[in-house]
Ligand binder design. Sequence first.
Ligand SMILES: [Zn+2]
Length: 291
Amino acid sequence: MIAFTEIADRVLVAVEPIVNVNVTLVVGDGQALLIDTLSHDGQARELLTAIRGVTGEPLAVVNTHHHYDHAFGNAVVADGTGGGQPPRDAPIFAHEEAAALLRDKGTVLQREWYEELLPQDLAFADALGQCVIRPPDQIVHGETGLDVGGRQVVLRHLGRGHTIGDLVVEVPDADLVVAGDLVEEGAPPGFGDSFPISWPDTLAALLSRLGPQTRVVPGHGAVVGPDFVRAQHGELSQLSWLIREAHGDGGDPLKVAQKTTLTRFGERGLQEARHAVIRGYEELEQPSNPR
Ligand SMILES: [Zn+2]
């Protein structure tokens, strides 16, 4: 069951129950903006029903990044919901790198994620494996301003972090930022496609844009404030230093991972930390790391 809760003036968040993805809806006069579209067609249909319980306005869509749980519902959500005559598909915005990944490598990634998820949840993996990938058609480079039914919203790329192409969505009239998986609450950050050496700088850039009361919607978990983001920046900075020091000695990734604070999340934290070390070494060896 996907249901929206209003967390600021006409800004609503719904939590997907399997991996706690946050989906955000910004409602203006004559248009609404949906941020992230969940993992597969079935979830996206449920999401669309929930949206229509809130607003009948035409939609625009943003993917905060290319990961399946944020973008694989695109086709169902966008289909004919953009308004106009005849019904137009909703535009889908993403950073250029996220859009390129979904366009050029979407099926390869779909298969990788299908195979990764299959042992954990067969039904979920099957649904993900069968959905049609719709790449974003509106490309964001550094920043793009949107008028969402009279509300000024900014889509901004602050640098590499959780992935090569993360966007944050600023809603200044609600003093709120949707951060995607650049910020993660209640679980370790995901490092599988990350740039752990750059991530702290990207979070510092985000922090510099937050006011004392700004609310931050993370990719997963509870809505947080600047203090939480500052603490996560500190943890990621420590991790980055640890990786840089270990890289000089050729440290075994698992042994380095065991020294990180992410071990407080148990086995999952340890595995994410190991990914972080591996990705960090790659980043140090190839500063202009390709996708
Ligand atoms: Zn992600």
